[in-house]
Design a protein around this ligand. Structure first.
Ligand code: NAP
Length: 300
């Protein structure tokens, strides 16, 4: 018999993970929200009985696993509240889903339970997309408790993912990596769309025009790795083209000049490591970027 699960915070992550666990045979004991409507809606989405909908944290007491799928800033407060008020009948594992915080953030002296952090390395834009994408998703596990890690591996398997472990003190760095790869990719894409609009292209045409480029670039990374997958003027050593970019950005989108320069320096490094940019041109390219950065900061 699988352990019983209660969900606190039926948002995107909570609903997607709970639906997967429920379908994998984990009994649910409560779906807890601050709003009865949201809890009931989550039950309907997950496919469990709407009688499990609750607004009381104490309804998590009979569960052996409590999923604290709340916003990062609420994890500690709610974990403390649950452990201070619940009369646990069995040993319980508290799980949060933050990529940043350690599992230990949920520790409470009066009623220490097993603590685990389980971070699906996935952008949860909405619960249904997340539910689908959990299949094959890498999930970071972190805990000081070996038994909690073993349970985490089982749960990750049940939701369709594959697990790896991360040390608690490396989580901020790990989460920065996730943010850069996912969130900043979106920001860069939106910035490129804005530039196309400045070229006179209709806003609703920008994404269809740029998406094949993005998708092909992602495919190149997947097939060849970043170094050999890199294309464009920097790795080709086309200093003239890059110089024109700097001028046109300064004239038309000055807010993108600094990011372009900083990313340019990092791209020179990848190009050099790829063995496709000769050291002399790399130095000249880097010089172009650093001189411009100095010029901009002295103009402030
Ligand atoms: N979104 C992602 O891409 C992603 C990916 C991996 C991990 N995560 C992590 O997963 C966790 C949940 O993120 P999410 O994207 O699922 O967030 P979400 O969709 O905004 O849902 C958050 C839930 O937190 C509850 N909540 C918010 N403020 C609260 C408060 N003051 N008191 C009690 N409950 C409160 C809400 O419950 P109510 O029903 O009571 O409003 C809501 O259901 C976070 O730790 C996040 O870092 C997110």
């Amino acid at each position: 018999m699988n352990p019983k699960v209660a969900l606190v915070g039926p948002g995107r992550v909570g609903c997607a993970v709970s639906k997967r666990l429920y379908e994998a045979g984990y009994p649910l004991t409560a779906i807890i929200s601050r709003s009865r409507e949201r809890a009931t809606d989550a039950c309907s989405y997950i496919g469990c009985s709407t009688t499990l909908a609750s607004t009381q944290l104490t309804d998590s007491a009979t569960a052996e696993i409590i999923l604290l799928a709340v916003t990062d800033d609420q994890i500690q407060r709610l974990a403390v509240q649950i452990q201070a008020t619940n009369q646990f009948s069995k040993p319980t594992t508290l799980i949060h889903f933050s990529g940043l915080h350690p599992a230990e953030i949920m520790f409470h002296q009066s009623s220490p339970q097993a603590l685990l952090s389980l971070h699906p390395l996935l952008p949860f834009a909405n619960r249904q997309k997340a539910y689908m994408n959990l299949q094959g998703c890498p999930c970071a596990l972190e805990s000081d408790d070996p038994k909690a890690l073993v349970l985490g591996e089982k749960l990750v398997g049940a939701i369709g993912g594959h697990s790896f472990t991360i040390d608690h003190d490396k989580k901020p760095l790990y989460h920065s990596a996730a943010c850069i790869a996912s969130n900043y990719l979106v920001t860069l894409f939106a910035s490129a769309c804005k530039l196309l609009i400045s070229c006179g292209i209709e806003p609703d045409q920008t994404a269809p025009l740029l998406l094949p480029l993005v998708q092909a670039s992602v495919e190149n990374i997947k097939d060849l790795g970043p170094e050999q997958g890199l294309t464009g003027p920097i790795v080709r050593g086309d200093i003239g083209t890059v110089t024109e970019h700097l001028q046109t950005l300064q004239d038309n989108a000055p807010e993108l000049l600094q990011p372009y320069l900083q990313m340019g320096i990092m791209t020179v490094e990848i190009s050099t490591n790829s063995g496709r940019l000769d050291p002399k041109t790399a130095l000249a390219m880097k010089d172009l970027f650093t001189t411009k950065i100095k010029e901009l900061s002295s103009n402030k």
